[in-house]
Design a protein around this ligand. Structure first.
Ligand code: 4AD
Ligand code: MG
Length: 477
């Protein structure tokens, strides 16, 4: 007799025979039908118990959430709704679950409630589907880069430079907070700290990835990044995962081509390989939509939205063109935007990004050539002296999903830009070295992994696509 997963048993490849299975009870109906799930698929296997053959006390312990071990015969199902089922011959309770206190009842729970029970929420259909898709997406990402000649680089998580400027940082220290060593002018003396200097959690692996691109050619990072911004939105986390490819001898146009090809590939991988979970989430979203007022409904089903990305060219638009469109659009003229667009040079908010994607172009958009002063110091200055070779990819429902650039490869220009915002050269001496020894055009981008998972699963809150979200005032689990 062999042990199987639910997924294997439902795959139709198993001979009708005696089988063994372990899992958690989802429901137990009519003292007869157990719906059993083990996480291997969104579907449950039906296990049929002949209650006359089992002890009453044992049957009472088959409750929602209990872990059980079953041996029985796999047979063609007598009932509707499933192809096969198990006729139970022996049943053992591995772990009881008190039905009065088990939080995950077989009914609809709010996402807020499930966030408070994040340790159990993957026992629901929605969260198990989301997290299986998260896993599949991360596999697809590694597969893409592996097939395209990239090396996976592990950028450090503790960093001694805080020059990226991407956001507020979390300090890393082993000093005793109640007894901080100070120097003459009353400031903390970090030379006494663990690393002998101030250190932080990284906000991006880009600068380190650049050093590897300038020797290994094509590299990517995929790791956790940390930002201590106090932005309590449905699209921001204090700890999130980022994918950052970086390529030598590639310009901004190549960067856009790479990003578009990569995004299409990973989404297509999910469409081709994860249809069960996707179809479940697609139905969920359609049900939810029916309950919303017309104006708030998603125009497209989840699966249509994914195909829309894989089948359409991403529209490439310069920042300057985008500002013209936004300045003259209805919501701006009628003062419907929270932040009105008046002049060239203002930063775009997510309401503007979403207008461009969802209302104006109606397709994914790549904005490029942004004003230098709203972008990071390392971006390549254009000949006009006021814009940089930056690019952001905007997706429907999400806004910015990717941010990237061609990097400034000219030593003197880079030094000037650093001086202008007071970044000491000593701090980034190694970054400047890349421009001294064999400098070359190079580019890369950063994809926010959770924003991709949101897009692919149709989940509206970023807290629901990472196992244990870290946000202001919240680090439970
Ligand atoms: O645009 P960002 O800040 O770019 C960088 O960090 C560059 N170093 C990337 C590069 O060129 N290698 O961040 C990149 C992406 C954003 O487009 C967004 O998808 C995501 O990271 N992101 C966040 N996701 C969740 N929570 C946050 N607080 C995020 N901040 C950025
Ligand atoms: Mg950005």
């Amino acid at each position: 007799m062999q042990s199987y997963t639910v997924s294997e048993l439902l795959s139709q490849d198993i001979a009708f025979n005696e089988v063994e299975i372990k899992g958690w009870v989802r429901t137990f109906r009519a003292n007869r039908f157990i719906a059993l799930n083990d996480g291997s698929t969104i579907n449950n296997i039906q296990c049929v118990v002949d209650f006359e053959k089992f002890d009453e006390d044992l049957l009472k312990r088959i409750t929602t959430g209990a872990a059980i071990h079953i041996i029985g015969d796999l047979v063609e199902s007598q009932g509707k709704g499933q192809s096969v089922e198990i006729q139970v011959k022996s049943l053992e309770i591995l772990g009881d679950s008190d039905p009065d206190t088990y939080p995950i009842q077989p009914k609809k729970h709010s996402f807020e409630f499930l966030r408070e029970n994040a340790h159990l929420r993957t026992r629901t259909n929605t969260f198990s589907a989301v997290m299986r898709l998260r896993s599949a997406l991360s596999f697809a990402i590694h597969k893409y880069f592996n097939e395209h000649g990239f090396y996976y680089m592990h950028a450090p998580i503790i960093t001694g430079s805080d020059a990226e400027g991407a956001g507020e940082m979390f300090k890393v220290t082993s000093l005793d907070h109640n007894n901080l060593p100070t120097n003459g002018n009353g400031k903390v003396d970090y030379s006494k700290d663990f690393f002998g200097k101030e250190t932080n959690l990284t906000v991006s692996g880009q600068l380190e990835a650049e050093t590897y691109a300038m020797s290994l050619g094509k590299v990517y990072t995929f790791g956790p990044t940390f930002r201590a911004e106090n932005s309590n939105t449905s699209r921001h986390l204090a700890e999130f995962w980022m994918i950052e490819p970086e390529v030598a001898f590639m310009d901004l146009a190549g960067n856009m081509d790479l990003a578009e090809d990569f995004m299409k590939y990973v989404i297509k991988h999910i469409l081709d390989n994860n249809s069960e979970d996707l179809e479940f989430l697609d139905r969920r979203q359609q049900d939810e939509d029916k309950r919303k007022p017309q104006a708030e409904r998603n125009g497209m089903t989840l699966i249509d939205k994914l195909k829309f990305v894989t089948d359409n060219h991403f529209k490439r638009v310069s920042y300057t063109e985008a500002i013209d469109i936004l300045r003259n659009c209805k919501p701006n003229k009628k003062k419907k935007f929270k932040y009105l667009i008046n002049e060239w040079g203002t930063d775009l908010q997510s309401e503007h990004e979403r207008f461009l994607v969802e209302k104006h172009f109606k397709c994914p958009v790549i904005l490029f050539d942004y004003p230098a002063n709203i972008k990071a110091f390392y971006m390549r200055l254009n000949e006009d002296g006021k814009t940089v070779r930056a690019m952001d990819i905007l997706f429907p429902g999400i806004g910015e999903i990717v941010g990237g650039a061609q990097r400034e490869e000219r030593l003197e220009v880079l030094k000037e830009k650093m001086a202008a915002i007071d970044i000491p050269e000593e701090e980034l001496w190694w970054y400047l070295d890349l421009r001294k020894f064999g400098t070359a055009v190079h580019s890369g981008f950063g994809l926010g992994f959770e924003r991709l998972v949101m897009f692919v699963t149709g989940m509206n809150n970023i807290r629901d696509v990472i196992p244990y979200p870290r946000t202001p005032q919240n680090a439970e689990f």
